[in-house]
Design a protein around this ligand. Sequence first.
Ligand code: C2E
Ligand code: CA
Ligand code: CA
Length: 708
Amino acid sequence: MLVGHYNSVLVLFSVLVAILASYTALDMAARISAAQGRAMRWWLAGGAFAMGTGIWSMHFIGMLAVSFPMAMGYDPWITLLSLAIALASSAFALWLVCQEELPWTRLTGGALLMGAGVAGMHYTGMAAMRMTPGIEYSPSLVILSLLIAVDASGAALWMAFRLRKDSAQVKLLRAGAAIVMGLAIAGMHYVGMAAAHFQRGSRCNAIDTGVSNNWLALLIIVSSLAGLLIALIVSVLDARMESRTAVLAASLAEANQELTHLAMHDGLTKLPNRILLEDRLHQATENAKRYHGRFSVLFLDLDGFKAVNDSFGHSIGDRLLVEVAQRIRACIRARDTIARIGGDEFVVLLDADEPADAAAVADKLVTAIRQPFTIGELELRVSASIGIAIYPGADGRRDLLKDADAAMYHAKEMGRNCYCFFETSMNADAQEQLQLLHDLHLALERHELVVYYQPKFDAANRKLMGAEALVRWQHPTRGLVPPNDFIPMAEKSGLIVPIGEWVLDEACRQMSEWRQFGSENWSIAVNLSPLQFGHTGLIQMLRDTLRRHGVEPRCLTLEVTESTAMRDVDTSMAILQQIYSMGVNISIDDFGTGYSSLLYLKRLPASELKIDRGFVRGLAKDGEDAAIVSAIVALGKSLNLKVVAEGVETTGQQEFLTRLGCDSLQGFLLGRPMPPDQFIAALSKPDSPAADEVPDLSSAWKLVAQTI
Ligand code: C2E
Ligand code: CA
Ligand code: CA
């Protein structure tokens, strides 16, 4: 019997090829299960090719490792048949492990078939040598080799099935599995080789017709290694690309989520916006309907926020809003919703059954927001007006947001810094407001507006210095409507521009009429609304009006509120400068309610500060207002501005303000706003402060009164 010698380098090489083939096949199995459709079929074909040629070349390298005493060759057709068997069994094995499930029965069947394939390939490969006399096989070793082939196939299939999902850990396990599988394939081969006995003097018939050993060796080694390497590289590259795709897909999903979040939330405060609020409101309503529950909606609007925005700019306003949002959040429970639905408007959706609970939360919110805010170096004060609507109300139909909004307006009317429950009459109020706006559009052409005049006096000598023109609306059915009831509406709708022009015109006309009898130093004050202030035609309109009535500019004072003057300071400064250079006086109205910067105040071309009547009213109550008033007077003096106090109602106030050094006084004590005819009559009465102190004027007015 012939005994071949093994070349250990080639044996090792054959084992390495088996391991490499196994690794490639396992890696490709992962690709197959990750792919779909046509790509999946391509991966299956590629995997089967890598695995099949791998096993096949392992066999031939193993054969080359043995040196026989005779020349060896291989029949090409039988060799190709053995390759076909290797490819077919690999394809089948790969297909099997890429199924959704791999039950035991299928695994066993697969192991038997695959084992038969591997063994079939081996023994067909042996037959390709076409030995005479034929190779004798030792049955026990053949059976052992078959067992190894079946077991190894079973183990390989199972491992490939378990390791088909890609992950970092799986990669390591896959390398281990490839070693086990490679060793098993090589083991099968060498046991099969041990089973084969070549007869002494036997001859290889394939030597004449077949391929020579050396050529075969080169062909197989080069082609199989190249095939395996290409397959492996493609597989690894694809895995990379897939993981990159996975990263991309993940970031896309994240971006998507972020976009939905953005669409539902307010960018500044990160609170839910109106869209999300309406969704939550809908849910809350549905839940309340189903379980007969109740909930409340709180509509919160900041008081004084506009002044902050106007005086310090939007960035400070924004920071204040963020702080306000935080305070609101701190007052409510996590399960309640807070939303920001407009500039300084917030809505809280409360899971509160009882009106008393909603009231308690509203009270907490009002108290929290009233506390001063520190933004950078500024100390800002705002307050909250809150409207509350409860679901369900008395009537079935409800637009909770609208109701809560109406209640919030009511809270504003009640003096702000408070809360109000919705009542059905409030909706009627809103209707009424609409009607009023409609009427206001017609008021000018129907000549329903009238100007009242309130006298202004010199504080020290109590001489009459002029009057402030204050508009009123003589409504056909409602009677005399005070400006606070329609000026805000006119401001919002833009109607204030023609109304303001008319007031100025009327006041100047009246002035020129009176001046024919009055003093030279007499001046008329007219209020300028923020909208008029920003209107482009303002300067020309002023010039035209003064000229039309022959009124000297120095006899006109325009009253601009502090917050208007401090809004967009540079633009305001330019407009004020133009007014000032015309010779018209400027008075800063409601001083103390806005946030003046001392720096700008110094540059402001104003001639007068008008202390807000709120401080004058508070003089008797506490020392705080007295301190503020004296500070304003001191400030005015140091800036060379005249200081006017309005809202003087008591002699106590009058004395105090005069002692402080206020230049002029205005108030109900000294004279209410009156229509022109009454104005003259009242001031000419002997008990009028003006009548006492300015006899010359009052006698002149008597004359006027007679002529009217
Ligand atoms: P204002 O410019 O601060 O005008 C002073 C307001 O204080 C007037 O209210 C006046 O009647 C009131 N007042 C004067 N003395 C006293 C007093 O001793 N006690 C009290 N409690 N109040 C006093 P009125 O006429 O109701 O005007 C309210 C506001 O409406 C004005 O505040 C002004 O902002 C605006 N307004 C009035 N007329 C016009 C106008 O023609 N154009 C513009 N843009 N606004 C106007
Ligand atoms: Ca005024
Ligand atoms: Ca005022």
